[in-house]
Design a binder for this molecule. Structure first.
Ligand SMILES: [Mn+2]
Length: 319
């Protein structure tokens, strides 16, 4: 059987667990077709988890995600389409990170995302902790004119630094706002709640003009109204949008497998709905971060992470 062939029915836990059972491709040559079709999306693992102030474990996220993704077929029975027909997707392996060196790792991640984009392919990064978005957004920004940055997160992540360190997991939002071709007014965080958002981060967001939506406002005004407004702000006048989906924005009951679980977040259904809508913005690149399987004892978080990827990619495919 050719390496690309995947049987429709199989023993789910058999075989090598690539992302969704998709064929492997070298990131330097995405021109090799999949089943005769041009590659349109490339999923990479980024097993990076340095720079945390709290619980570690997201470096095992990509492996857990690949395993759980075996349960996901490409066919959507409710809407009658096959995602992999619409959006031929490959697994490009893991970005070669360097744990003792955050700066070099961010460069490696940026180079990866840029390389995928330059081949006309949509890059989806599966983490890994949220600081990987610093590198991924920088790489995406090299490939567009003006770029917006929309983060779904329980946390602002607008820490200016941590005793001089600027690449920690509390910094991705503010680092995105500092990219030359990113106007801070196009940087928006959606889903803020919990008691880990310190006053200085609220102030740094306000001073730069970074917008954010808290769960109380989302509840009062409605999810869709707020989400549409957030997307409109992040995309106002830009040539492309970077989408970062920190899965600790989901309620801890539905997504316990994360370093910083927060009660009071999005339901699983809301998160899936958000992911589809974000995909429909045709982002230049996206990430799914903060899956930490050591806290995911039942595997529900990894399952939801995979579902979010399916919805996001479906949106990218125009569904
Ligand atoms: Mn977060």
């Amino acid at each position: 059987m050719p390496a690309d062939d995947q049987p429709t029915l199989r023993v789910i836990q058999s075989g090598v667990a690539t992302f969704f059972g998709r064929p492997m491709r070298d990131v330097t040559d995405l021109s090799v077709p999949v089943h005769g079709a041009a590659v349109k999306a490339a999923i990479a693992g980024i097993p990076w988890d340095e720079g945390n102030a709290g619980r570690n474990g997201a470096n095992y996220g990509p492996r857990s995600f690949r395993d759980a993704s075996s349960w996901f077929l490409g066919y959507n029975c409710q809407e009658d389409y096959d995602l992999w027909d619409l959006l031929p997707t490959v697994d490009v392996g893991d970005v070669p990170i360097m744990p003792p060196n955050a700066a070099r790792t961010m460069d490696l991640i940026a180079d990866h995302v840029e390389a995928v984009r330059r081949q006309g392919v949509f890059p989806l990064s599966v983490g890994g902790n949220h600081s990987l978005a610093i590198g991924a957004a920088r790489g995406a920004a090299r490939t567009v004119g003006r770029m917006g940055y929309l983060s779904i997160d329980a946390h602002l992540d607008t820490a200016v630094d941590w005793d001089g360190e600027t690449l920690g997991s509390g910094c991705p939002t503010i680092r995105a706002a500092e990219i030359d071709n990113v106007d801070p007014k196009n940087v928006v965080v959606f889903g803020i709640h919990g008691w880990l958002n310190p006053r200085d981060q609220v102030e740094s967001a306000r001073d730069l003009g970074i917008g954010w939506y808290g769960q109380q406002q989302i509840d009062e005004r409605g999810l869709d109204e707020c989400l549409e407004e957030a997307i409109a702000r992040a995309t106002d006048g830009v040539d492309g949008l970077y989408v970062s989906l920190d899965m600790d924005s989901i309620d801890a009951s539905a997504f316990p497998g994360t370093g910083t679980p927060e009660p009071g977040g999005f339901t699983a259904k809301q998160a899936l709905h958000i992911a589809r809508r974000l995909g429909r913005t045709a982002p230049v690149a996206a990430d799914l971060v903060e899956l930490a399987p050591v806290y995911d004892l039942s595997g529900i978080s990894a399952r939801l992470a995979c579902g979010l990827a399916m919805e996001l990619l479906s949106g990218v495919a125009g569904k």
